[in-house]
Design a protein around this ligand. Structure first.
Ligand code: HEC
Ligand code: HEC
Length: 723
């Protein structure tokens, strides 16, 4: 049984929406008849006031998903998504709002959109100002671990450098196929994504519609980050982990490399129940039938894409000046015309005349005809935005939080911004399903078939990269089945260990540099399901079936299956765990388009990744998976593996065709050396990524399918620089 059902009170009066009829001339208000009233929607929003009662010990798992899932086509398979009855009343409006919000440069404090780091095949192929000195390892020193301050190619490491082919891989060996050969270079630096500038949030400024475009920035008191600056002039901060693709991300049970984007979306944060438990102000404002308002949360299982989406908004690495609140973004965005600083193609698959809502693009082709407020009202039940009052949150003496009316406060719609943002972006990402590669069509070349055989055999890749997504951390919708979230098997030292299924330590970097799923949330609770279980305190709500472990506990056969039960002789606290330094297994779909690779972005090409696996990984430790050992693959076999991975590329993704088409985007691609803004920050070098219509780029503009960062970067370098 899926967890979600228990927590969702379904009503029988479900209103089936028919497609919105579109007339040539329309305003959003004329939609009134086609949008159902809340009373017709059914569904109740669960009030979570006893969150201690979250452990589903009483529930029994009937069927686990099978362990060995073959590589197979993704066609016809849907992501597991929550039931949104009672919350979303029109999914087309929600998807459209999600796509606009994802691409809109107004949302970041200084022009960063979600898409800024996810614009090419859902990932980020930039090579300038993309280096982080290893902040997750607590290291602020740039360059090699030997302390030279240089990168592998010998350039001085630091902000705004342009990475070169010789800078990769980040651990260079004399013989890349032999982990014991001499180490020529090593760095804990990370190649990732440039995000926002340092500064403390003050308020918003709205600039006139155009000239200069994309400058609906926030007012921030500018500070200079101690790491990301050149001679005291602020540069854009760079993330401490590489950007994975958003395409097919809606299939993951948890999102982010360390799984911290919770499977359960609370409507207000990244961490599911943990936000609700630890932050009393992490609440939605819900309008009741009698006109009163209540502080509540939604509880939506299988919504990690929504939990993920609300993270970057307030992150002062990604999109925000420090201490901006969701409601501030709500206030800034709801009254705005969607995408008002960016060109949109009239043939856009979601916004154009051929889309589900008809032509949404303005006559000037700059922005949509609607404000975000219009779109949210059309998409969501009125109980989340219908109150005429303004409010503020007040913390009481006993630490509880109350909502009080305040004419200078925020509207209900502004306060509920994370709910709207999370769910609309999740529904947009649910359209970014890539299932039409030569692999899905059964059109592999002889070399690709050879690669597939190695993938499933000698290479042992399928041990972790299985199923239609090529990831044990990803699942397609299979009603009645429960993904296996905790597993027990021997690690590299031969001793059985519990671990989070789908998360593996493969020895990319030393464990202490980045704990991955072995880390904790902001309140100190473990991210790992296995660790929570043996600690006897679950921070999340999930089920474990110990009868299904690859190596069950001795005596397990004496205990009834399901219900988390272990034999009395087993003291869970003494169980060994293999979660430190373990990362989410990424999907391999479109992987040839998403270099650089691994959580540290330390490999520029698929060939380098193959050599890594062939030598059995870079850093041995007892938690390392037993499936990552020297493989003895010839170069021909490694090339065949690369060819197989190239067969996982969807042409629609490669050429940004529908549904992967997009509006225009100004991409910060490094800084202009020695050119400063009035407030002292180093000026951006901006490239113009043009809006594509449903037909995508002309074939000559599509990046090549080589799995080489520098081929992708060349493609970006071809984009015009904004004068
Ligand atoms: C500054 C660059 C940047 C921006 C802006 C950004 N991201 Fe990301 N994104 C990243 C990085 C880096 C990660 C990996 C972080 C981690 O796992 O710790 C990531 C991870 C993700 C993932 C998880 C994929 C996976 O396989 O786990 C999704 C989905 C995603 N981002 C969507 C978004 C959305 C939606 C937004 C806007 C709200 C956004 N990103 C804004 C850089 C960025
Ligand atoms: C023990 C599990 C496991 C095995 C076996 C395994 N992988 Fe991986 N793979 C992972 C994990 C986990 C990551 C992410 C690791 C990280 O970044 O720290 C990954 C990352 C990758 C990446 C980089 C993807 C990206 O977006 O950064 C590629 C490519 C890849 N694996 C291919 C393969 C191939 C080919 C094989 C077989 C030769 C293989 N893997 C074997 C677990 C595994």
């Amino acid at each position: 049984m899926r967890l979600g059902l228990r927590h969702w009170l379904l009503s029988t009066s479900t209103c089936l929406l028919t497609a919105v009829t579109v007339t040539a001339m329309w305003s959003s208000l004329s939609l009134a008849q086609t949008i159902p009233a809340d009373s017709e929607l059914g569904g109740e929003v669960e009030i979570i006031d006893n969150i201690e009662d979250t452990d589903p010990e009483d529930e029994v798992i009937d069927v686990n998903e099978p362990d060995d899932r073959p590589l197979e086509s993704l066609k016809g398979k849907a992501p597991p998504l929550p039931d949104l009855t009672g919350i979303v009343r029109n999914k087309d409006w929600a998807k459209a709002a999600g796509k606009a919000l994802f691409w809109d440069q107004q949302i970041g404090s200084d022009t960063v959109a979600c898409a800024s780091c996810h614009f090419r095949a859902g990932a980020d192929p930039r090579v300038t100002n993309q280096l982080n000195p290893g902040l997750n390892a607590g290291d602020k020193m740039w360059g090699s671990t030997a302390g030279t301050g240089l990168t592998a190619s010998g350039q001085k490491a630091g902000p705004n450098i342009t990475l070169k082919p010789d800078d990769f891989p980040f651990r260079k060996l004399l013989d890349p196929n032999n982990a014991k050969s001499r180490v020529l270079f090593d760095t804990n630096d990370v190649s990732a994504s440039a995000g926002t500038f340092a500064g403390d949030y003050v308020g918003t400024i709205e600039r006139p519609k155009q000239q200069p475009r994309a400058t609906n920035t926030d007012r921030c008191r500018r500070t200079v980050d101690e790491v990301f600056n050149i001679l005291g002039h602020g540069t854009r901060k760079v993330e401490p982990r590489n950007s994975p693709t958003v395409i097919n991300a809606v299939f993951y049970h948890r999102n982010f490399w360390d799984g911290r984007a919770n499977n359960m979306f609370s409507g207000t944060g990244v961490f599911g129940l943990r936000d609700i438990r630890n932050d009393k102000a992490s609440r939605l404002v819900v309008l009741k039938a009698d006109g009163s308002v209540a502080l509540q949360n939604v509880r939506l299982e299988n919504a990690s894409a929504a939990s993920q989406a609300v993270g970057p908004l307030l992150s002062d690495f990604e999109m925000s000046c420090t201490a901006r609140a969701f409601a501030d973004i709500g206030r800034k965005m709801m009254a705005q015309q969607a995408l008002k600083l960016q060109t949109v193609s009239t043939s856009d698959s979601l916004f154009g005349a051929g889309g589900p809502l008809g032509d949404m693009v303005t006559a000037s082709m700059i922005g949509l005809k609607f404000t975000y407020g219009d779109m949210i009202r059309n998409a969501f039940a009125k109980r989340f935005w219908g109150s005429p009052d303004k409010f503020k949150f007040v913390t009481n003496d006993d630490n509880s939080v109350s909502l009080v009316k305040d004419p200078a406060g925020y509207t209900q719609m502004e306060l509920n911004f994370p709910l709207f943002f999370g769910l609309t972006v999740m529904l947009y990402e649910a359209t970014l399903v890539s299932d039409d590669s030569p692999f899905d069509r059964g059109q592999l070349t002889a070399q690709q078939q050879q690669g597939k055989a190695i993938f499933e055999g000698k290479g042992k890749c399928i041990a972790c990269h299985d199923g239609p997504l090529m990831s044990k951390a990803a699942h397609v919708s299979s009603p009645g089945k429960q993904p296996k979230l905790v597993e027990r098997m021997p690690m590299s030292d031969g001793n059985p260990s519990l671990y989070d299924n789908g998360f593996y330590n493969i020895g990319v970097r030393p464990v202490q540099e980045d704990l991955g799923v072995g880390g904790t949330d902001p309140w100190g609770a473990p991210l790992s399901y296995s660790r929570q279980w043996i600690n006897g305190r679950k921070a999340d709500s999930y089920l474990i079936n110990p009868c299904d472990f690859e190596v069950p506990f001795p005596g397990q056969e004496t205990v009834a299956c399901g219900g988390n039960a272990v034999p009395p002789s087993v003291n869970l606290k003494d169980e060994r765990l293999a979660v430190m330094g373990a990362f989410k297994t990424p999907t391999l779909r479109n992987v040839a388009l998403t270099p650089p690779y691994f959580h540290n972005g330390g490999q520029a090409t698929l060939q380098q990744v193959m050599a890594f696996y062939n030598r059995g990984g870079d850093f041995n430790n007892i938690n390392k998976s037993p499936d990552v050992t020297p493989l003895g693959l010839t170069l021909t076999e490694q090339d065949a593996l690369v060819a197989f991975m190239q067969s996982l590329t969807d042409e629609r993704v490669r050429c940004s065709r529908a549904p992967f088409d997009h509006p225009e985007l100004l991409i910060p691609d490094g800084h202009k050396d020695g050119v400063y803004k009035a407030d002292g920050r180093v000026a951006d070098r901006l490239r113009v990524l043009k809006a594509t219509g449903a037909a995508g780029y002309g074939s000559t503009s599509c990046p090549s399918n080589t799995g080489n960062l520098f081929d992708m970067a060349r493609n970006i370098n071809g984009l015009p620089i904004k004068p």
